[in-house]
Design a protein around this ligand. Structure first.
Ligand code: FES
Length: 104
């Protein structure tokens, strides 16, 4: 019984620490981030410029080359300026899991 609980606990911990990957099409560099987290820190590492961080200036606009289904839904700020799932503001996106390839 103790062994089963230990196995269950290990599986839960593995699931909670899964990592997603953000990749730059231009540089081919990748960085890992926790599933269900904002992509901003990873995008910044890849060179995406940020300014307002609230979805109003447009400096962090990225094209989603691959994996748009792995990102969170469009925010109201993105909808307000007519963005879609192929072009997003990096400051507004969370990555669910898997890999997302961006260009900027
Ligand atoms: S940093 Fe201004 S829109 Fe993202």
């Amino acid at each position: 019984m103790v062994v089963l609980r230990l196995i269950l606990l290990i599986n839960i911990l593995k699931r909670e620490n899964k990592m997603a990957t953000l990749t730059s099409k231009k540089t081919k560099k990748s960085t890992e981030i926790k599933d269900n987290s904002y992509i901003r820190p990873a995008a910044e590492k890849l060179g995406v410029p940020f300014a307002c961080n609230v979805g109003s200036c447009g400096s962090c606009m990225i094209d989603i080359v691959k994996g748009k289904e792995n990102l969170s839904e469009l925010t109201q700020a993105e909808k307000d300026v007519g963005l879609n799932k192929d072009r997003r503001f990096a400051c507004q996106c969370k990555i669910k899991s898997g890999e997302v390839v961006i260009d900027f």
